[in-house]
Ligand binder design. Structure first.
Ligand SMILES: [Zn+2]
Length: 344
């Protein structure tokens, strides 16, 4: 597997005031990789090799023209706010477009597994901005995971799966492909308590896409024991489905005390997710979503160790409240069974 870092994500797209989504996230990731002896390739915006207009053309395959026009307009009068969570500063448009373009390009070319470390995150950005009735875009401007799906589609792949394990539901990505046969499995915290308040098990897609949207919900405090069960069931579905390509929205904010969610995953959970993705051995693009604290260090490193199949002996440290654990498994089994009937 390879790790690629978009250089300008360390400097561009800066909030005016204190904000969890800021350039220091990438510094944090890189120092964790460095301490673990991991290496990466650094590319720059100009390496995408496309003009802003050409990049906007790729973006227009995912987002509505009116929305893109609005973002371009906004980026001329920075600093600005898209909503109370999501800012646009000088350079935000350039960085968001380059991240999206690179997510697309990697899908077009990779024969193995590439992890793209860049910002801003994307999975809450829907076709026209806010998705599925969410109150904000949750720090996201353009949907990078969706761009990878389009890249794989352009390459001729028809069986594409998306795995999103950020603590928050990937409402933007799900909205974009809601009526399409793109298998999307999303593990996230209970939408009743956490933004974007979507991603209930009943949301299974529509039309052609019905059954292809699989929402696996973890209750507040969901820990390694519950993740182990859900990751195993995710493996079963993905192995049977046998996708030709995989896109992963890799967020690390479900890590215990990462800061913005109330889940309790530790190293072993991310390590197992890495092993699962490796075991599928299909072309895979992984894009960075959330993660604001310790998750970007310990979560990300153990995830990469899993992707590399490095020998590690992590143990489960956190457990889920018994009654909540049982309910989560029952809900997951119900939706997985319905999805299997439709998808397999
Ligand atoms: Zn998140």
């Amino acid at each position: 597997m390879e790790i690629e870092v978009l250089s300008e994500s360390k400097t561009l797209h800066r909030p005016l005031a204190e904000h969890p989504e800021n350039p220091s996230r990438v510094d944090r990731v890189l120092s964790a990789l460095k301490s673990s002896g991991l290496t990466w390739r650094e590319i720059s915006i100009r390496d995408t090799g496309l003009t802003l207009e050409e990049q906007l053309k790729i973006a227009s395959r995912i987002h509505a023209k009116g929305y893109l026009d609005y973002i371009v307009r906004l980026s001329k009068s920075t600093p600005a706010l898209i909503d109370e969570d999501t800012y646009v500063s000088q350079g935000s448009l350039e960085l968001a477009l380059a991240t999206l373009t690179e997510s697309y390009n990697l899908a077009l070319h990779t024969g193995s597994t590439v992890l793209l470390i860049s910002r801003p995150p994307g999975h809450h950005a829907g076709r026209g901005g806010r998705a599925m009735g969410a109150s904000t875009q949750g720090f996201c401007i353009l949907n990078n995971a969706a761009a990878s799906v389009v890249g794989f589609t352009d390459r001729g792949f028809r069986k594409i799966a998306v795995l999103d394990f950020d603590a928050h539901h990937g409402n933007g990505t799900m909205e974009i492909f809601y009526r399409e046969k793109i298998l999307q499995i999303d593990l996230h915290e209970d939408p009743a308590v956490l933004y974007p308040h979507t991603g209930y098990p009943e949301e299974m897609g529509e039309g052609e896409g019905f059954g292809y949207k699989v929402n696996l919900v973890l209750p507040v405090g969901g820990g390694d024991d519950l993740y182990a069960e859900l990751v195993e069931r995710t493996r079963t579905l993905l192995e049977k489905y046998s996708p030709e390509a995989l896109v992963v929205s890799a967020g690390f904010d479900a890590f215990l005390n990462d800061g913005l969610a109330d889940l309790a995953a530790t190293e072993i959970t991310y390590y197992k997710l890495g092993l699962l993705i490796r075991s599928l051995s299909v072309p895979t693009v992984l894009v960075l979503e959330g993660g604001y604290g310790v998750g970007l260090e310990r979560g990300l490193v153990s995830f990469i160790e899993g992707l590399m199949s490095a020998r590690r002996k992590y143990t489960a440290k956190t457990t889920t409240l018994r009654a909540l654990f049982r309910k989560a498994i029952t809900d997951a089994e119900r939706v997985l069974e319905k999805a299997s009937r439709r998808v397999l």
